[in-house]
Design a protein around this ligand. Sequence first.
Ligand code: SF4
Length: 232
Amino acid sequence: MIRPKDLIKNALTQHENVAISFSGAEDVIIIDIACQLDLKPKIFSLDTGRLHPETYQYIQRVRDHYELEIELISPNGAALTKFVRHNGLFDFYEQGHQACCNIRKIQPLRHYLTNMDAWITGQRRDQSPTRSELLQTEKDKTFSGPNRNLTKYNPLAHWSSEQVWQYIRDNEVPYNTLHDKGYVSIGCEPCTRPIRPGEHERAGRWWWEEETKRECGLHNTDIDTNLIAKAG
Ligand code: SF4
C-alpha cells in the first residue's frame, strides 16, 4: 500500500494530462494533499444538472478555499434534450438509473477523459461491494481506448470512512453541508437520500435498486454498450 501523499505526488507529476475528479468528501482530501505539496492540480466535476443546491455551493466553497479552478463538465445539450423528450425527468425510478447516468455522467466523462492520460478519484474499497477489489493504481478498463491506456489512481482505496472524517476535522477541510443533514454518500438530488443509523453509507444512493447495481457506471469495468450506442 502506498501512502496517499506519495501516490498523489507521483500521479500529478509523472503525467502531463492528469486531473482530479471532484464530487465528494474524499475528493477534497486529495485536493487538500495536492495543495500541501504545492502542486496546482487540474480539477473537474460532473455537473449533471440534477445536483443539490448545497452541492453547487460546496463546489464554489472548495474553489474559493483552495483558489483553484474546478472545471464543470456538462452533458451534451442535444443528446440531453432528446433523452428528456423521450424519457422525462424521473424515469429512473421505473427503468433504472443507467440510461440517465449514461447521458448525464458517463458520456461527458468519456469525452473529457479523451484528452487525459490519467485521473484521480476518491473511491474507497469499503464504500460498496462493487469496490471491494479496488486497487490504488489501475488501468481504467472503462475509458481506455484500443490505442490508449488511461490510468486511474485511487489513493484512498484502503481508507475507512472514519479516517476520511478524521482528516476533514483535523485539517478543517470544507465539506458538503448535506452531511450535517444525514446524507453520507451524495450524488444527484433525485437519487440520493439521507441514511438511517446502522445503514451502509451508500444505502441512500439509488435506494430502489439492488445493492450490486448501485454504481453510475463511472467506475464499472463493464458498461452496457447498448446504452452508449443509444447516447451517441
Ligand atoms: S444519479 Fe440519478 S439524476 Fe443523476 S445522472 Fe444518475 S439517474 Fe440521472
